[in-house]
Design a protein around this ligand. Structure first.
Ligand code: VG1
Ligand code: CO
Length: 559
């Protein structure tokens, strides 16, 4: 087979966001749109690296994925890639891709997902490139890809190459006189094998199916990619009945829902948990890197608390018994709960911008073991992506060894470390101009020299500004700088108000407002976060004039 070159020209708007390029399916279906971006990935990596390389390809099963896999296979072959490892039927969760890249020493991987965004012909699609450490490409690489999309004149492809991805096995082809290998791999095996090394499966099995006191769990894959992983782990490995896995058949439109594990979009699971039958409930997003943990009667574990609890109880997880805990990290808007663990337990703590790509360098430098984001992302240095099922297995390991309920673990944690109250308001699909105006006005305000020291009052509560800025981060390892990562208002008592615009949406703007405050006094730990944070939310809305500028009286999602 011979490759050929197809003339093309730059298409606007191919800048990767927080986690890859995400647009509506119809945009990806436009002539040359997907081809241009995929060719730009290869051009950015460079011929030297691409020639003979091994790449992992797979995604969350959403609409347009199989077309994209075919197109990537042809463009990869024409660009001189040596071998592709493709998940059967194209299916691979994001954490599985990260795991496979590392295990098989691949050069990188291409992940086809728009994560928690809806799918189907009218939904979203996305493409993300991960590097050889298994993690999302850093900005130096994604900027290069973006530059290539702006100057592209042609792409290479091998139009006669047809690969059957429905059955596992190795297939060899000759492209331009060189060997091109495609290995279709079982989507689940490598990942499950790895989980069995990290956790003690026989201990978990005994705990979950204890004949005198079974621990009832339920896992909701929201019709995303986690289904086959969850059933293999919970049913085949841990011996639980199949009915504990709900919505575990992947659908290319996620059944018409947002595959987003939060209190709004996973409301069905919340309702089920409120019945009190199950001791543990978990939901996952479309590509399997996010998780939501619920206790009996729907007790909600805030993601910022979740990572703090895992860090404080890391000794319950065999992996950390071997490696120790080197350091902790969270994204900037994530609550300070993890910081309390770092201080008390004498661990190093890092605060990075939003997006998992910022954790990778610290992990590679052996300075970071456990990290999390408030956006339902939890993970460790076992791979270089956040990992939904890993988080669930971590929680189950803690529960199995501590023999407490989720609520008891949380309350004990707060009484030892104090409680951070956290909430996030999302305003989705806001008019872009209105959102920009709001951010510009706010930036001006927080950067005024006189902003520090200003006092804001709401009811009986007063807060004095200690710091206001647009968060900037210098990577401690490669010294690269990321600017404008979110507007912060920090008050003297440590409370924080943060505003960011989302970098994962596909149309309009999404405003995120984050509020975090700390309470040492155990007497207040039982109060609802919404109650505790009411004055700060009111102040945030007042300062930003969000409602006046956007016309939105209430958020789309509250966490
Ligand atoms: C959101 C979250 C961020 C997360 C990112 C990718 O980004 O806030 O914490 O890393 O999604 O998650 P943004 O820019 O929309 O706030 V996932 O599960 O998409 O890949
Ligand atoms: Co995701």
């Amino acid at each position: 087979m011979d490759s050929t070159t197809i003339k093309s020209s730059p298409i606007d708007g191919q800048k990767p966001g927080t986690s890859g390029l995400r647009k509506s399916v119809v945009v990806f279906q436009k002539k040359h749109y997907t081809e241009n971006f995929v060719q730009s990935i290869f051009s950015a990596i460079g011929t030297d690296v691409v020639t003979g390389s091994t790449l992992v390809v797979g995604g969350d099963g959403r609409y347009f994925m199989t077309e994209a896999v075919e197109l990537i296979t042809r463009i990869a072959a024409a660009n001189g890639v040596g071998k592709l490892l493709i998940g059967q039927n194209g299916i691979l969760s994001t954490p599985a891709v990260s795991c496979i890249i590392r295990k098989r020493s691949a050069t990188g991987g291409i992940i086809l997902t728009a994560s928690h965004n809806p799918g189907g012909p009218n939904g979203d699609f996305g493409i993300k490139y991960n590097i050889s450490n298994g993690g999302p490409a850093p900005e130096s690489v994604t900027n290069k890809i973006f530059e290539c999309t702006k100057t592209i004149t042609e792409y290479k492809t091998c139009p006669t190459l047809d690969v059957d991805i429905s059955s596992t096995g190795i297939k060899e082809y000759q492209v331009d006189g060189k060997k091109f290998v495609v290995e279709i791999i079982d989507s689940v095996s490598d990942y499950v094998e790895y989980m069995k090394k990290i956790f003690n499966f026989s201990e978990l099995k005994a705990y979950l199916s204890n004949p005198t006191k079974p621990f009832k769990i339920v896992a909701d894959a929201m019709h995303g990619v986690v289904g086959p992983y969850a059933t293999r782990i919970f049913c085949d490995e841990l011996g639980l009945p199949i009915d504990i896995c709900i919505n575990c058949i992947p659908k290319n439109d996620f059944g018409g829902h947002h595959p987003d594990p939060n209190l709004t979009y996973a409301a069905d699971l919340v309702t089920l948990m409120k019945k009190g039958i199950h001791a543990f409930g978990a939901a996952f997003d479309g590509d399997g890197d996010r998780n939501m943990i619920l206790g009996q009667n729907g007790f909600f574990v805030n993601p910022s608390d979740s990572i703090a609890v895992i860090a404080a109880n890391a000794s319950c997880i065999p992996y950390f018994k071997n490696t120790g805990v080197k350091g902790l990290a969270r994204s900037m808007p994530t609550s300070g709960a993890l910081d309390r663990v770092a201080i008390k337990d004498g661990l190093q703590m890092f605060e990075v911008p939003t997006g998992w790509k910022f954790f990778g360098n610290l992990m590679d430098a052996n300075q970071l073991s456990l990290c999390g984001e408030e956006s339902f992302g939890t993970g460790s240095d076992h791979i270089r992506e956040k990992d939904g099922l890993w988080a669930v297995l971590a929680w189950l390991s803690i529960l199995a060894s501590r023999k407490l309920t989720i609520e008891e673990i949380m309350k004990e944690h707060w009484s030892k470390y104090g409680r951070n109250f956290f909430t996030r308001y999302d305003y989705e699909n806001v008019d872009t101009e209105a959102a920009q105006t709001m951010m510009t006005n706010l930036r001006q305000l927080v950067e005024e020299p006189k902003f520090v020291g200003r006092s804001y009052t709401e009811g009986s509560k007063s807060y004095i500004v200690k710091l206001g800025d647009d968060f900037e981060y210098q990577d401690p390892i490669d010294k690269s700088i990321a600017m404008k990562q979110g507007l912060r208002i920090i008050f003297e008592d440590g409370s924080r108000i943060i505003f960011r615009l989302s970098g994962t949406g596909s149309s309009g703007a999404t405003i995120r407002l984050y509020v975090d405050s700390f309470e040492e006094n155990v007497q207040f730990h039982g109060v609802m976060a919404s109650e505790m944070l009411k004055p700060l939310v009111a102040i945030a809305l007042r300062i930003s004039q969000l409602e006046q500028l956007t016309g939105r009286q209430s958020p789309t999602v509250i966490t």
